[in-house]
Write a protein that binds this ligand. Structure first.
Ligand code: NAD
Ligand code: LMR
Length: 338
């Protein structure tokens, strides 16, 4: 029986490799940090995404268990697990999209920038792997502080000679998800009907919801605008405090990450008019990176949209956002170039 089990395992592996190779339509996606609070639900939701044919789960801990568990789901994607730095290259080779939620989360009283010392090095190492093994992949960076980790990624790719600004995106989708939810609550609407552009970055005052551009068009009193802006900017802290030391947003983040990754994959497939907000290399302000609406296509970011008309409250917010962002971007760049 032992011999038979071994043979069966080999046959299963061969068949799954064959299925993965055999041109079943879909994309190859790697999740780096797949065993974490975000990584696990994100891996589950990506396993359910019909656009994914191969799903690689990489982490420095616990991937065998997570992979075994998720691989039992009767959906199309072939799942493979990779554990530790010596397996990073195999995890990344051939990937179309890499999603990165690796790194430590906040505890109450911390800012996202307090995570820089640990997460900057993690992001740098993982991006060096991407540059080597899948330099054409679209990269979705979730690891905080996003305002600095995206510039770090850009510098790593520049150094490796693989930098393509169209393929590097910081994930700010959770800010949009929160904005839609909180605005819908105030207006008594279904959140699925609401679309709030959120620009700037992903920390405190750099998170700038443009309530004047909301769809469907609605107007707010100055009290409502101030309340909503503050709640959206502090949404992450609201969760960190409620979790009281057990981490930050994971479930809503996994939901947001999949919403965003799905948009990237639809863009890669060639769907028209796939537009989402993201923190990207940008020329819409004087800063080298900025979050705004972008159009996703076969090459990643095909178009970065300008900010559009803003009211006085938003223009003042923009000035504050740019001031803080400039420092966070510079911190990332100097870390990666030192
Ligand atoms: P977590 O601690 O639960 O999980 C992180 C995972 O990363 C762990 O499984 C850990 O083993 C893994 N990891 C650590 N070093 C690694 C390495 N070198 N290579 C691969 N994996 C590694 O944390 P979490 O709650 O999942 O949050 C992860 C990150 O996402 C944090 O930095 C957090 O601040 C950030 N985050 C960002 C957003 C956003 O909107 N962009 C939202 C929520 C959280
Ligand atoms: C969030 O917005 O929930 C994340 O950036 C995590 C955090 O630290 O707030």
């Amino acid at each position: 029986p032992h011999k038979l089990q071994k043979m069966e395992a080999k046959t299963v592996l061969e068949r799954s490799n064959c299925r993965a190779k055999g041109g079943s339509p879909g994309f190859k996606v790697a999740i780096l940090g797949a065993s974490g609070g975000i990584g696990q639900p994100l891996s589950m939701l990506m396993k359910m995404n019909p656009l994914v044919s191969v799903l690689h789960l990489y982490d420095v801990a616990n991937t065998p268990g997570v992979t075994s568990d998720i691989s039992h789901m009767d959906t199309g994607a072939v799942v493979r697990g990779f554990l530790g730095p010596q397996q990073l290259e195999n995890a990344l080779t051939g990937m179309d999209l890499v999603i990165m939620p690796a790194g430590v989360p906040r505890k109450p009283g911390m800012t996202r920038d307090d995570l820089f010392n640990i997460n900057a090095g993690i992001v740098k190492t993982l991006c060096e792997g991407i540059a080597k093994c899948c330099p054409k992949a679209i990269v979705n960076i979730i690891s905080n502080p996003v305002n600095s980790t995206v510039p770090i990624a850009a510098e790593v790719f520049k150094k490796a000679g693989t930098y393509d600004p169209k393929r590097l995106l910081g994930v700010t989708m959770l800010d949009v998800v929160r904005a839609n939810t909180f605005v819908a609550e105030v207006l008594g609407l279904d959140p699925r009907e609401v679309d709030v552009p959120v620009v700037g970055g992903h920390a405190g005052v750099t998170i700038l919801p443009l309530l004047s551009q909301i769809k469907p068009p609605c107007s707010f009193t100055s009290e409502e605008a101030a309340y909503l802006t503050s709640r959206i900017q502090n949404g992450g802290t609201e969760v960190v405090e409620a979790k009281a030391g057990a981490g930050s947003a994971t479930l809503s983040m996994a939901y947001a990450a999949v919403k965003f990754a799905d948009a990237c994959l639809r863009g890669l497939r060639g769907d028209a008019d796939v537009i989402k907000c993201a923190f990207v290399p940008s020329a819409v302000t004087e800063l080298p990176f900025f979050a705004s609406k972008v159009r996703l296509g076969r090459n990643g970011v095909e178009e970065v949209y300008t900010l559009g008309p803003m009211n006085e409250f938003e223009r003042a917010g923009l000035e504050m956002a740019k001031k803080e962002l400039a420092g966070s971007i510079e911190k990332g760049v100097s870390f990666a170039t030192k």
